[in-house]
Write a protein that binds this ligand. Structure first.
Ligand code: PEP
Length: 267
């Protein structure tokens, strides 16, 4: 992980933990997580509970704000308000969150989200001062057919088109190979690192070398405290988007291992 970029450890709780469980879980992990993020100057942790639990977690985080722990939503719509039943808008997300996950593969697969829609959401997030974590990644078949590069190329060009140049550095990309999500079969640090390197290169073609150098790119897919070091040790990988392990105490352990590895790598 390059010294100049702040690392991110984000937890995507998916559809887990309503109000009571969210409160209990955050109260359980917060003291240790605070200690970990306070022990390294260039790390940010982002908790992404389901929309219904955002306010509960927000209230706990607001009691004693820790500068390096933030809140994120798992999705949002791109319109500001109106007749869009079941959706939440950037303005609503902004009331509680700094960040929003967009284009997660589960949204692309189960809810038919296209690159075009992800792009509209990304632009809306930037307009409203939200930090988008835009997810991209190939499925198993594409991986086995050697099509990863092509898929990544299409997703980046589509999901991240037309960004205002001055905001291109605010984007975070999560490279999440779909075959690694929730399967227990993580990519290797080297394999993920190659794709992440390609992502940075493609982003540079779109928005210039300065934006590419500042871009944070996370790896996601079966990350645990047992394999995080492998990913964060790669110079192009700036952190992780964690699913399954983010609703367990292991999330803090992952953050701790990340800090330990970054301290060894960059001193
Ligand atoms: C995810 O949902 O973004 C994810 C990476 O899940 P998991 O860590 O469970 O593979």
């Amino acid at each position: 992980m390059a010294h100049t970029r702040t690392a991110i450890i984000a937890g995507n709780w998916k559809m887990n933990y309503g109000l009571k469980q969210a409160r209990e879980f955050v109260q359980e992990i917060l003291p240790a997580l605070e200690q970990v993020v306070a022990s390294y100057p260039h790390i940010l942790s982002i908790l992404c509970p389901p929309a219904i639990s955002l306010e509960t977690v927000h209230a706990i985080l607001s009691e004693k704000p820790v500068p390096h722990i933030e809140l994120g939503a798992q999705n949002m719509y791109f319109e500001e308000k109106g007749a869009f039943t079941g959706e939440i808008s950037p303005l609503m997300v902004r009331e509680l969150c700094s960040t929003v996950i967009l284009g997660h593969s589960e949204r692309r697969t189960y809810f038919g989200e296209s690159d075009e829609q992800v792009n509209k959401k990304t632009l809306a997030a930037l307009i409203h001062g939200l930090r988008p974590i835009v997810c991209i990644g190939e499925n198993l078949e594409q991986y086995e057919m050697g099509e990863t590069g092509e898929v990544i190329h299409t997703q980046i060009k589509g999901s991240l088109a037309n960004l205002p140049t001055q905001q291109a550095q605010e984007i975070v990309i999560a490279y999440e190979p779909i075959w690694a999500i929730g399967t227990g079969k993580a990519a290797t640090g080297e394999g993920a690192g190659k794709v992440v390197h390609l992502i940075r290169h493609l982003y540079g073609e779109m928005y210039g070398s300065e934006a590419a150098a500042s871009l944070r790119i996370l790896y996601g897919g079966s990350v645990t405290s047992g394999n995080i070091s492998e990913f964060i040790a790669h110079p192009d990988i700036d952190g992780a988007l964690v699913g399954g392990a983010s609703i367990k105490a292991d999330f803090v352990e992952i953050a701790r291992k990340m800090v330990e590895t970054m301290t060894q790598v960059v001193g």
